[in-house]
Design a protein. Structure first.
Length: 369
C-alpha cells in the first residue's frame, strides 16, 4: 500500500496505516479497555477512565501514550451534522480498470486534496475507491462528479452514488468482548454525576432532541475547526487560539452539541496493526418501522459493528465492521441474515485497506459559506 509523507499526514486528518507486512500488535486487557473507554468519548478525563478501570491516572496516561506511539490511536475528530452547515453528504463508490500503482496514487492524492471530499479510502471487492462528498446541493455534487469522471478518464468502469440520510459512530465493544450489554446500554444512553469536561452529559441529553437549524457565527466555526482535528484540545487552549473566554468556549460547545451540530467526539483507531480487518457491508433492507428499530438496536449493540450509515438508493444501509478474518466476517453476516432474513434482499462486501482522509468541517466550510 502507498504511504503519504509526514507533511501529508499532518495536513489530512484521518490517515490510517494499512498494517500490511508488519508484526501484529497484541494488546493486553487494560489497553483494550482504555480503547473501549475512548470509543465512548475521547475527551474522557484520565481520572474518570482510571476510576472506571480501577487503576491510577499515571497508568492511564502511560498506556494512552503507548497506543499513540504505536500508531494505534491516531487522534480524534468531531462528527459534524452536514445539515448544520446546509450541506448534503453523498457516498461515492468507484470501480477502476487498467491502472498502475502510480496512477492510483495520483487519483488518491487528487481526492485527498479536494476540499469537498471528506473521506477517501481504498480496498477490494466490487469497488476500488470509496469517497464521501459534501456539497450544498445536488447540482454542486453533479459538478464535482463530472470533475471526478474527467480526472479518471477511461480508468473509470462504473460508480455507485448513495445520498446519506444519517450516520452514527458506534462503540468499540470488540475491545471488551465480555461486556454486559445491559450495563453498557445504560451507560451510553444515560449520564450520572457531573460532567468531567468531556461533554458526555450533553451528548446523552441531545439524543432526545430534534435537530433545529442553528446559525453559526465565526466563533462557532473556529471552535469546530479546532475540535475537528483534536477533540481533546483543552478549553483554555481553544480560548487562547480564538481570543474569547473559557466560559464562552464551554457554552458554545454545549450549544453546538444540544443543537446537534456536533454529533459525537470519536477516536481514530487503526485496527489493521492489531490483526483486525475493516469491512463494509452494503445492505438492501426492506422492513417496517418497528423492525428497523430492532435492526438498529442489533447493530448498535453488536461488538464488531462500529458504524452505520442510512442511505438512499440501491443500498439503504452501510455497516462498518471490525473483524478478525474473512471467516469471522462471514459468521457475523450469517448472524445478521438469520435474524433479519425476511428483510435482507441483497448485500455487497468491501474490504478496506487504507483510509487516506477523514475530515468534516474545516476545509468544507470555507467552500460552502
Amino acid at each position: 500500500m502507498m504511504k503519504q509523507s509526514k507533511n501529508d499526514k499532518d495536513l489530512f486528518q484521518g490517515f490510517m496505516e494499512p498494517g500490511i507486512n508488519q508484526e501484529k500488535i497484541e494488546l493486553n486487557i487494560l489497553r483494550r479497555k482504555i480503547l473501549f473507554e475512548l470509543s465512548i468519548n475521547p475527551r474522557f478525563s484520565y481520572s474518570l477512565i482510571a476510576k472506571n478501570l480501577g487503576v491510577s491516572q499515571e497508568v492511564v496516561s502511560y498506556n494512552i501514550n503507548w497506543l499513540k506511539d504505536k500508531k494505534i490511536l491516531n487522534g480524534s475528530i468531531a462528527i459534524i451534522n452536514p445539515e448544520a452547515i446546509n450541506c448534503q453528504s453523498y457516498e461515492l463508490y468507484i470501480r477502476l480498470q487498467n491502472y498502475s500503482y502510480e496512477k492510483l496514487k495520483e487519483f488518491i492524492d487528487y481526492f485527498v486534496s479536494n476540499p469537498k471530499i471528506r473521506w477517501v479510502a481504498n480496498g477490494s471487492g466490487h469497488f476500488d475507491l470509496m469517497l464521501s462528498v459534501v456539497c450544498k446541493n445536488f447540482e454542486e455534487f453533479n459538478k464535482v462528479l463530472n470533475e471526478i469522471k474527467t480526472k479518471l478518464e477511461n480508468h473509470l468502469v462504473n460508480y455507485l452514488m448513495l445520498p446519506l440520510l444519517e450516520e452514527d459512530f458506534l462503540y468499540s465493544f470488540f475491545f471488551n468482548e465480555n461486556y454486559d450489554a445491559q450495563k453498557v446500554h445504560e451507560r451510553i444512553t444515560k449520564f450520572k454525576g457531573k460532567d468531567d469536561g468531556s461533554f458526555q452529559k450533553y451528548f446523552v441529553e441531545a439524543k432526545n432532541h430534534k435537530f433545529e437549524q442553528m446559525k453559526l457565527d465565526d466563533t462557532d466555526k473556529r471552535i469546530i475547526s479546532i475540535l475537528e482535528s483534536n477533540t481533546t484540545e483543552s478549553l483554555l487552549n481553544i480560548s487562547k487560539k480564538i481570543d474569547v473566554s473559557v466560559n464562552t468556549v464551554k457554552n458554545r460547545i454545549i450549544a453546538l452539541i444540544k443543537n446537534k451540530v456536533i454529533l459525537r467526539f470519536f477516536p481514530l483507531i487503526s485496527v489493521n496493526p492489531l490483526g483486525y480487518q475493516w469491512h463494509l457491508a452494503m445492505l438492501n433492507m426492506d422492513f417496517d418501522e418497528e423492525t428497523e428499530k430492532k435492526f438498529l438496536y442489533f447493530i448498535t449493540m453488536h461488538p464488531y459493528i462500529v458504524y452505520y450509515a442510512k442511505t438512499i438508493g440501491q443500498y439503504n444501509y452501510i455497516l462498518s465492521l471490525t473483524v478478525k478474518d474473512a471467516v469471522h466476517y462471514n459468521s457475523i453476516m450469517l448472524e445478521l441474515r438469520n435474524k433479519f432474513h425476511k428483510h435482507l434482499k441483497e448485500y455487497e462486501d468491501l474490504l478496506i485497506f487504507t483510509q487516506y482522509k477523514y475530515v468534516y468541517f474545516a476545509n468544507i466550510i470555507k467552500h460552502t459559506s
